[in-house]
Design a protein around this ligand. Structure first.
Ligand code: ADE
Length: 232
């Protein structure tokens, strides 16, 4: 997997790339690179955004700046580029990220993530330069960087070598192994704490019963019950 992030804040990704599960995947041949939009702008003074036509608050990321950054980096007209690799603009109104979309993205050989700032993108970026618009939730962040990291995290942890244990990603919440349902509850030592006991079945050593119990709890959670901690 080769991920390029177009951002005004490439330094944010230094910390992220150094996290164990990310660096594991990067050591295995994947890449996560940042392209600083300010270094590619054709405008003077590193300008990348402008006030919205028609008035209103905030600044809008310019289409000519993104066009030039993508063209400069890939040496290709971005309109053609988006037919060759997923070029994903991060915006609150986009397609909501879920496990199915993460799987879809994890199967791609390469991704380009575009981070907007302030009021977001000139709409022509979404219409002509991006192949997808993705949202990590119906709320507004100050920019796309955290959303890009969420996508990178969710996608990279699906790749071989990211997690210590080969099965960790296979049987987790919303995976096919759990029929798209939330994961069952986990417990560890101590077996009893302040009178709060671990369910007996998990201490029984009886694998079939444990498996059955886990599937049941997973289904129960999918029904909405039992997913809230007590007292909420
Ligand atoms: N940029 C700002 N808010 C966002 C969100 N919720 N998802 C993706 N990108 C964003």
């Amino acid at each position: 997997m080769n991920i390029d992030v177009f951002t005004l804040f490439p330094e944010w990704f230094g910390w992220f790339s150094s996290q164990r599960h990310v660096s594991n995947v990067l050591a295995g041949g994947s890449s996560l690179a940042c392209v600083n939009l300010r270094e590619h702008t054709p405008l003077s003074g590193g300008q990348v955004d402008d006030t919205p036509f028609g008035g209103g608050a905030g600044m809008v990321l310019r289409v000519d700046v993104l066009d030039s950054a993508l063209r400069g980096h890939y040496g290709l007209d971005p309109v053609e580029l988006r037919g060759q690799r997923r070029v994903i603009a991060l915006a609150p109104g986009g397609r909501l990220l879920d496990d199915a979309l993460v799987d879809e993205l994890a199967a791609e050989p390469a991704l380009t993530l575009l981070c907007g700032r302030y009021e977001g993108f000139d709409e022509r970026i979404l219409d002509h330069l991006a192949s997808d618009v993705v949202s990590i939730g119906r709320y507004v962040l100050s920019g796309g960087e955290l959303a890009a990291m969420v996508i990178c995290d969710a996608v990279l942890r699906k790749l071989p070598g990211a997690l210590g244990h080969a099965d960790s990603a296979a049987e987790e919440s919303f995976s096919a192994a759990l029929e798209g349902q939330p994961e069952y509850p986990h417990y560890t030592r101590p077996a009893e704490y302040r009178g709060w006991k671990v369910p007996d079945v998990l201490l029984s050593g009886h694998h079939e019963r444990i498996e059955h119990w886990r599937r049941e709890r997973s289904r129960e959670r999918a029904g909405g019950a039992g997913s809230q901690p007590e007292g909420r």
